[in-house]
Structures are given as C-alpha cells and as structure tokens.
Design a protein. Structure first.
Length: 178
C-alpha cells in the first residue's frame, strides 16, 4: 500500500496533539476530513512504519518520521508551485521560519485559500484542507510550515527547517516518555 500526502498530514496532526489523543471522529473534524479518510491514513501510516501499533495508541514513531520528513518528503511529495493567489503563508513565509530567515524580494509561498490574508505564489499543501485546519491549531500549522520548507525550500531554508523540526519532534518524544 502506497503512502499518500494526507497520511503525512494526519501523522503531523498526531504529533501536534501530543498526548491529547482524540477519537477518529474528532480528529476528522479538526482536519476537515471524513473519519474514514483519517482511518485509512492511519492504517497506511502504520503499514509504512510512521506510527506505532495499537498497543501504543498509534502514536508517531518519531525517529522514523524524522528520517522520512528530512530525507524523503521532498522526493515522494514534491512541492507544486502555481500562480499568484490569495492564501495562507507557508514555508519560509510563516512562523516559525519567518523569524529565522531574513526576507528577500522573492514572493512567499501561500496555500490557496479564499479567506487567506496574503496574495502571493501558490504552493499546493499536503492536503487540500490544510489552510483551514492549520489556522485552528498553531502547533499543527508550524509543523506543516516546516514540512513545506523541506519540500520546497532552498538549501539554507531546508537546513533551518530541519533543525527546527528535529527539535520539535524530539521534544514530543521526550514528553511521551515522561
């Protein structure tokens, strides 16, 4: 069974939730997905080794996730840039990277979203509902931003995103052990 982009989306939401695990129906509402889509994503993530099994409540396998995001995400789910659009800032144009990377003249990437506040070059999100779900959960939004920087960024941006992602994933791992 092949991994789909929404599987990474769901796993990142599980990381953002930490120990606050919700049932599939609640997770689906937060992600603006159907419960069956969430369930299928969890199943594929389990089969691909990104999640522990039911004995660990399908919690993220942090080391495997870190390796996949840093070394494989940009090859499996490459960034798709598009035209100018209204949307929600991502990659180096949003927190936490916005504070770590000096702005230049390049337009920042945005996820297309009619209610977005920025107009710039579109970058397709991992899943179509990412803008709406991310605006509801800041820590989830920041994980998606870091993933987009790994998918789309230049070398310097990817290195900064990689360090920030490692830090966040290891903090979640340490929290789960205590």
């Amino acid at each position: 069974m092949a991994l789909k982009p929404q599987d990474v989306y769901v796993v990142l939401k599980l990381v953002a939730a930490g120990s606050r695990r919700a049932p599939y129906s609640h997770l689906a509402l937060e992600l603006v997905m159907s419960p069956s889509e969430v369930h299928a994503s969890v199943r594929r993530a389990l089969e691909s080794g990104l999640l522990h099994g039911p004995e660990f409540e399908n919690s993220p396998r942090i080391a495997a996730l870190e390796e996949f995001l840093i070394h494989g995400l940009k090859y499996v789910f490459p960034a798709e840039r598009g035209e100018l659009t209204r949307g929600v800032a991502t990659s180096y144009g949003a927190a936490p990277l916005r504070a770590l990377i000096a702005p230049n003249d390049d337009p920042i990437p945005v996820w297309p979203y009619a209610e977005g506040k920025q107009r710039s070059v579109s970058l397709a999100p991992l899943y179509k509902t990412a803008p709406k779900a991310a605006l509801r959960d800041e820590s989830f939004y920041e994980l998606l931003v870091l993933a987009d920087a790994l998918r789309d960024g230049r070398v310097r941006e990817r290195k900064i995103a990689e360090a920030e992602l490692r830090h966040r994933l290891r903090a979640v791992h340490a929290e789960s052990k205590s």
